[in-house]
Ligand binder design. Structure first.
Ligand code: C2O
Ligand code: CU
Ligand code: CU
Length: 489
């Protein structure tokens, strides 16, 4: 009896001890904080502007080759990565409203891929979704006419099941759209690429023995969460600033992580644009949250000689969703003399879409890995939309896992968040929206110009693990009275 008692007590102590150790491990290992610990000893790499030619038909033609390579991401020069035309990420494509563009994509990987033009308004058959895989060694051309406001869009792979790892290894790039003739932007906005207009592609990475690691963090319900930050593929980056105003085109090109950007001394970032283009007026943001796939353009005001850092602070999400993590992201180093600049007070007018005009209201509930209790089925059409109509989509996240809601082909406007008016950062054109746990959103879009009953567009969660696991649906845009008939290939 006494021996049994002692044994039981010993077991209990052992369990408690293990419990304490496990809890200690969770507390110390499951939150990352790199603030004040980043050396900022490498100049920020700026993706080159992609070369293009104008063909006999007057189209601007680009070439993108997806291929493997080796990169120095801060863990030696031999980290195996993938890139477009280079070893990591891709060049920045740039085109004007009204231009006809064609992109020749070459797949030199050993697995199928696609290139999707995230945020672009274009016909479904050139959208680059999972229905159009490019086999290893294969080539593909997408061609369309740019017709939407100036914006910071991006491109990335979108094959069935493989999107998370292909993006994680480095396949992503920016696609900047300008107004026709390069005009249309209010005077005063910084616009010299790589000088005072800077792409800031933010990604988190984990490493294992000099190679990218895709092992999941303990209990993560969003996929890979890295403990280091790359900006444009640069670890510990600094940027030399020579102007009073510097424009940062922020893209969250991570696979799972939500950022909440702040400046290290709490100065405001003047937000000028969201996913689909300029806001009506600049908005002084003390912090700016970007979920996976979202973009924001901000202008930061600098004083001569100073240094200030862009950081990402804890987001308020759960520990196992990376919500307690904090990062140093990018150091801005101002020169002793700065070229002066003045921000415009107004930007553009954003015509409001009117919910009273909606031809259709739909509801999409995000739960687990399903939207309205369904996973992706390439043969199922989830929504048939009539061309040139306006629709209201009510999107709800009823659970504690964060999601990121993206619709192909259109830019939408946010009508409400939990029935209240959207905050200023959600006041402009959007194609991707952070679905916070336990919130409901209402968005409105016009599905203009392109009908194709045989080819679907996607809508989905942009947390790439969720997308790969089937958190995606399809819509087809048809002419009034027509019906979808999905073809294959
Ligand atoms: Cu950025 Cu359907 O994707
Ligand atoms: Cu997209
Ligand atoms: Cu999700």
């Amino acid at each position: 009896m006494r021996r049994w008692l002692l044994g039981g007590l010993g077991l209990l102590l052992l369990l408690c001890g293990g419990g304490v150790a496990a809890v200690t491990w969770l507390v110390t290992r499951s939150a990352v904080d790199t603030v004040g610990k980043v050396a900022f000893d490498r100049p920020l790499q700026v993706p080159p502007l992609a070369a293009s030619t104008v063909d006999a038909d007057g189209r601007r033609v680009f070439d993108l080759t997806a291929k493997p390579g080796a990169s120095d991401l801060g863990h030696g020069p031999e980290t195996r990565t993938w890139g477009y035309n280079g070893a990591y990420l891709g060049p920045t494509l740039r085109a004007e409203r009204g231009e006809r563009v064609a992109v020749n994509v070459h797949n030199r990987l050993n697995e199928p891929t696609t290139v999707h033009w995230h945020g672009m308004h274009l016909p479904a058959r050139v959208d680059g979704g999972p229905h159009h895989p490019i086999p290893p060694g294969g080539d593909y051309q997408a061609a369309w006419t740019v017709d939407q406001p100036a914006a910071t869009l991006w491109y990335h792979p979108h094959p069935s099941d493989l999107t998370e790892r292909q993006v994680y290894r480095g396949l992503a790039g920016l696609f900047i759209l300008d107004e026709a003739g390069g005009g249309g932007e209010p005077a005063g906005l910084p616009r010299e690429y790589g000088v005072d207009d800077i792409p800031v592609v933010v990604q988190d990475k984990g490493f294992d023995g000099g190679q990218l690691s895709m092992s999941d963090r303990f209990l993560s319900d969003v996929g890979v969460l890295g403990d280091e930050i790359l900006v444009n593929g640069t670890p510990g980056p600094f940027l030399d600033v020579r102007t009073e105003l510097v424009r940062l085109r922020l893209l969250n090109a991570s696979t799972a992580r939500v950022y909440d950007f702040v400046m290290s001394d709490d100065r405001p970032m003047t937000m000028i644009a969201s996913d689909g283009g300029l806001l009506e007026k600049p908005y002084a943001a003390r912090h700016l949250r970007l979920s996976v796939g979202e973009r924001a353009e901000v202008v930061v005001a600098m004083r001569p000689g100073e240094r200030v850092e862009l950081r990402s602070r804890a987001t308020g999400l759960g520990r196992f969703q990376g919500g307690r993590d904090a990062f140093d992201v990018l150091q801005l180093r101002a020169a002793g003399a700065l070229r002066p600049g003045t921000m415009p007070g107004e930007l553009v007018s954003v015509p409001r879409l009117d919910p009273a005009q909606a031809a259709q209201h739909r509801t999409f509930t995000f739960q687990g890995r399903e939207i309205n209790d369904d996973r992706m089925d390439m043969d199922r059409v989830d929504a048939v939309v009539v061309k040139d109509t306006v629709e209201v989509w009510n999107v709800a996240n009823g659970h504690d896992t964060p999601h990121s809601f993206h619709i192909h082909d259109v830019q939408f406007q946010v009508l409400s968040v939990d029935r209240g008016a959207p905050p200023p950062e959600l006041g402009g054109w959007k194609d991707t929206l952070f679905l916070e746990p336990q919130r409901r959103y209402s968005v409105i879009a016009r599905f203009a110009d392109y009908a194709d009953p045989t080819t679907a567009y996607m809508f989905h969660c942009h947390v790439l693990r969720h997308e790969d696991e089937g958190m995606m649906g399809q819509f087809v845009v048809v002419e009034q009275g027509d019906k979808p008939r999905l073809g294959h290939g």
